[in-house]
Design a protein. Structure first.
Length: 282
């Protein structure tokens, strides 16, 4: 038996679950986990199903389900649960998110492969070496930005990257690169969006006397920090917290939120619904 993950987004109508389950039954399928959501506003149906099957060929199962659905505009994926998505990490100087993801990868909390870490600074090279992952430093200036992004696209293609994670990568991606990575890049942002743009955001928050600090993980789009939100978390603070304490607490939240977003994505639990996401968190 082979374990698979099926995800489906399509126009809502009666009988979708019946049709999918019938197709899975024909390949000896046994459903082990299922979640679904219907959005009346857009008339969209979303579904995520884990199942075991006597059929090992995920593409064969996908074609069979698509044929039964008879819906050419449906977005349907089927993959073996043993498949490990290939993720490229982008990082600048701050290393807390990178450290956390690499630790969780090594301990098996993240079932992913990390073929490459790319940075615009050399600072995190020692961390990559510690975990035995190739590290490439590609500096960025106003004059070299276009060449650097072309190099990134080449690396993404060469290493058959499924997802790019901006683990505190402090560079704004061009509209062209955002379009190239549409639905395939996740960023972490301090605070709920939008808020405290520019330098020293936690110092800005302290000066404004904030009562909560948080973080948001979202898909990258050409609209800076406005992409579909995947995961958020917040912690209460008060007047007694210093800027340094806010920064430390913020780092903790950023680590956890980004980890959850990457884990959900790697397990096929995130479906895009226009500018929103449906997240079937377990």
């Amino acid at each position: 038996m082979t374990a698979h993950i099926l995800t489906l987004t399509c126009a809502d109508r009666p009988g979708i679950v019946h049709t999918v389950c019938g197709a899975l039954l024909d390949v000896g399928g046994n459903i082990t986990e299922n979640a679904q959501f219907s959005e009346p506003e857009s008339g969209t149906f979303c579904m995520r199903t884990e199942f075991t099957s006597t059929e090992a060929d995920a593409e064969f199962v996908r074609r069979l389900v698509m044929e039964r659905l008879g819906e050419t505009r449906a977005i349907l994926t089927v993959r073996s649960t043993s498949y490990r998505p290939r993720i490229l990490m982008l990082v600048s100087k701050q290393d807390h998110c990178l450290f956390d993801l690499l630790y969780r990868w090594r301990t098996g909390e993240l079932a992913i492969d990390i073929p490459l870490i790319v940075s615009n600074h050399p600072d995190c090279g020692a961390i990559a070496a510690m975990y035995g992952i190739p590290f490439l430093c590609v500096p960025v200036t106003q004059n070299t930005r276009s060449e650097q992004e072309s190099r990134l696209q080449e690396l993404i293609t060469k290493h058959t990257i499924d997802l790019v994670v901006l683990a505190r990568y402090m560079q704004i991606l061009s509209d062209d690169l955002c379009r190239f990575l549409a639905g395939r890049a996740i960023n972490i942002h301090h605070s709920f969006l939008p808020g405290f743009e520019g330098a020293k955001p936690y110092h800005q928050a302290w000066r404004r006397g904030v009562k909560v600090v948080g973080a948001t993980a979202h898909f990258v789009t050409a609209e800076l920090d406005e992409g579909p939100i995947i995961e958020q978390a917040v912690e209460r603070v008060n007047h007694a917290h210093s800027p340094a304490e806010l920064i430390a607490l913020g780092r903790d939240i950023e680590r956890m939120v980004l980890f959850r977003a990457v884990k959900y994505w790697s397990e096929g639990r995130i479906l895009l619904l226009g500018e929103r996401t449906v997240v079937f968190a377990n």
